[in-house]
Design a protein around this ligand. Structure first.
Ligand code: UDP
Length: 363
């Protein structure tokens, strides 16, 4: 089988790594990188650390409005698909790259397999929600990471095309989160120089459009960090860099450690060894859960309902008092509760594709 995988953003590289390794044991994979994330530490570093094969195509498309980016990707991916004529197009998650690839393939009658299907936040102000819904509706094979994803598909009448395969982010976490120890990590500080990882620290990531429109929200988050009993390590997404550095200079926070984005091995290690996590990332919420770390999510909608049990992950508004208070809530861990699969979802994804291909050829 010939599969064209389309990736463009950091979380997609991580999922594609584990699936790609499995897929290439039996099938031909064409890897298309849209270019949505392009800095070395948002892209190439992941390919190197996770041993992802070099992309066959790098479309170099990033920036612009959502419409411009998605439109340019649609045209460029279509051209590659016409040339390569794959049996399937494989897409991950909810970015503009996901939607563009799904649309390009569906218009050419090439079946699309969507990994992380059925994820919904039920909030249309979240820019990724539209990508999730549209991608699912044009896909032929919908692979949900969890039961709630499958239920969401059923609510939209899509369950016949769907199944639950577990979460490839969990596969990656199982495979890679012990590769480094904190002492092996050197943080490249945005304020100059380098630093080691403190013995005790909180881990923060924050980059969503919802939290980066003005200074106010980040200032509240930094003020919360200032009141915690250990420093906060914050690898800053390029979208937030200017603002984070400026606020740090202006207010001289004593407990914020602002660093360049770290690679996945570093990030997984930082999750595993943190006291607690504060984030607005869908991936980090799940990794906090995998590592059994208390998580406070700065969003006004739930991304992964499975993580929200027993105080393990709580939503907070971007308000210092609320963040600090929620971080103190004690979580309860039930080890038997494993809603993200068994760490072998890549195998299930490849099997699902093989079965779907068999059904198509027998029709
Ligand atoms: N991550 C990383 N380096 C960083 C920050 C995050 O490798 O400096 C990883 C993190 O561990 C998680 C993924 O990136 O696996 C989440 O990606 P992101 O927050 O960009 O996307 P989202 O999860 O919001 O879709």
């Amino acid at each position: 089988m010939k599969i064209a995988t389309v990736v463009g953003a950091r979380p997609q590289f991580i999922k594609a790594a584990v699936v790609s390794h499995e897929l290439r044991k039996r099938h031909q994979e064409i890897l298309i990188h849209t270019g949505q994330h392009f800095d070395y530490n948002m892209s190439e570093q992941f390919f190197r650390e996770l041993d992802i094969p070099d992309p066959d195509y790098n479309l170099g498309i990033s920036g612009g409005t959502h419409g411009q980016m998605t439109g340019r990707m649609l045209a460029a991916i279509e051209e590659v698909l016409i040339k390569e004529q794959p049996d399937w197009v494989l897409v991950y998650g909810d970015t503009n790259s996901t939607l563009a690839a799904a649309l390009a393939a569906a218009k050419l009658h090439i079946p699309v397999c969507h990994v992380e299907a059925g994820a919904r936040v039920h909030n249309m102000t979240n820019p990724e929600e539209l990508n999730r819904i549209c991608t699912d509706h044009v896909s032929a094979l919908l692979l949900a990471s969890t039961g709630s994803g499958y239920d969401e598909m059923a609510n939209e009448g899509l369950q016949e095309r769907g199944r639950i395969v577990g979460d490839p982010m969990y596969d990656a976490f199982v495979e890679y989160s012990n590769k480094l120890q904190p002492a092996e990590i050197t943080l490249k500080l945005l304020t100059g120089g380098t630093a080691g990882v403190p013995e005790e620290y909180y881990y923060l990531t924050c980059h969503r459009e919802e939290n980066t429109n003005d200074d106010k929200d980040l200032l509240e988050i930094f003020n919360a960090a200032e009141r915690l009993d250990a420093p906060t390590v914050y690898p800053v997404h390029p979208r937030n860099k200017e603002r984070a550095v400026r606020l740090q200079k202006q207010y001289q926070f004593s407990k914020m450690i602002l660093t360049e984005p770290v690679g996945y091995l570093e990030s997984a290690c930082l999750v595993k060894n943190a006291k607690k996590i504060v984030t607005d990332s869908g991936g980090l919420q799940r990794e906090a859960f995998f590592a059994k770390k208390k998580c406070v999510t700065i969003l006004n909608f739930v991304c992964w309902p499975e993580t929200m049990v027993d105080n393990r992950n709580e939503l907070s508004r971007p308000l210092a008092d609320e963040i600090v208070e929620k971080l103190q809530h004690v979580q309860k861990i039930d080890d038997a509760y494993q809603p993200f699969g068994d760490g072998h979802s890549a195998i299930k994804i490849v099997k699902a594709l093989e079965e779907a291909q068999k059904e198509r050829t027998e029709k």
